[in-house]
Design a protein around this ligand. Structure first.
Ligand SMILES: [Zn+2]
Ligand SMILES: [Zn+2]
Ligand SMILES: [Zn+2]
Length: 258
């Protein structure tokens, strides 16, 4: 099983439009962050978690030619607004795209993409979406997926613990969170890879800061931790040089074998 970081940036992306700070103007490819999303590859199967506004560009950069399903963590704009670009996969397969998320998340997705569910002129085509509410572990595209609730301020966000169908190494993707209840923490032990929200240097009402994310990672003790949903307050190289062993900021295009 392979995880590819399609994007690792917070909602503004990095560089931030018009920002003169050292990170935004560094020119380093590691400081170029599109909005957060991952691609999970298992054999010939492909699943993405979230469809960022740059989904089309991310898919091109990753050489994505087919997609089996989409998992949504929550329905904030930076996690869903690339969804229209699944049209090309609908057109190739002649099938609707399976979309997994909580009932609450999917209700908001339906509202935001209402044109996809209304009768009307097709023009260049509308995304064809098969909304599949989840309320417990499920299997998709050869993967066994356990949804887990984390807190993103007042909003419940879905983290995903994932392994291939047969028992094997597991990873978890927990973006957009600033608190994790004890029951969820207990379900996040024994990971090969933890991918965790770490927005930046300062405390924030809806995201873990880097120091808070490090503390969570130290408690859970996965074999490896990669931080995502990163703002322009963190320079890639400078930050990574100061992190504990086994932890690093992820970067766009990074590929990790689990
Ligand atoms: Zn976000
Ligand atoms: Zn900046
Ligand atoms: Zn969010």
């Amino acid at each position: 099983m392979r995880v590819r970081f399609l994007g690792t940036g917070t909602s503004h992306g990095v560089p931030v439009i018009g920002c003169p700070c050292p990170v935004c103007t560094s020119g380093s490819p590691r400081n170029q962050r599109t909005r957060s999303s991952i691609l999970i590859e298992s054999g010939e199967r492909r699943v993405v978690v979230d469809t960022a506004p740059e989904f089309r560009l991310q898919a091109l950069a990753a050489g994505l030619t087919a997609l089996d399903a989409i998992l949504f963590t929550h329905a904030h704009a930076d996690h869903i607004f690339g969804l229209d670009d699944v049209r090309i996969f609908n057109w190739r397969t002649k099938l609707p795209m399976p979309i997994y998320g909580t009932a609450e998340t999917l209700a908001t997705v339906r509202q935001r993409f209402i044109y996809a569910f209304e009768v009307g002129q097709e023009g260049g085509g509308k995304p064809k979406l098969n909304l599949l509410p989840i309320d417990g572990p499920f299997e998709v595209a050869g993967l066994h997926v356990t949804p887990l609730e984390v807190r993103h301020g007042e909003l419940a966000v879905t983290a995903f613990r994932v392994r291939e169908r047969e028992a094997g190494p597991e990873f978890a993707y927990a973006t957009d969170c600033n608190a994790i209840a004890p029951a969820t923490l207990a379900a996040l032990h024994g990971l090969d890879l933890l991918i965790l929200d770490a927005l930046g240097k300062n405390r924030h009402p809806t995201h873990f800061s880097l120091d808070q994310a490090i503390a969570v990672a130290q408690e859970l003790a996965p074999r490896r931790t990669l931080f995502t949903h990163i703002s322009h307050s963190l320079d890639h190289e400078l930050t990574n040089a100061g992190l504990p062993p086994g932890m690093a900021l992820a970067y766009d295009g990074q590929v990790v074998d689990v």
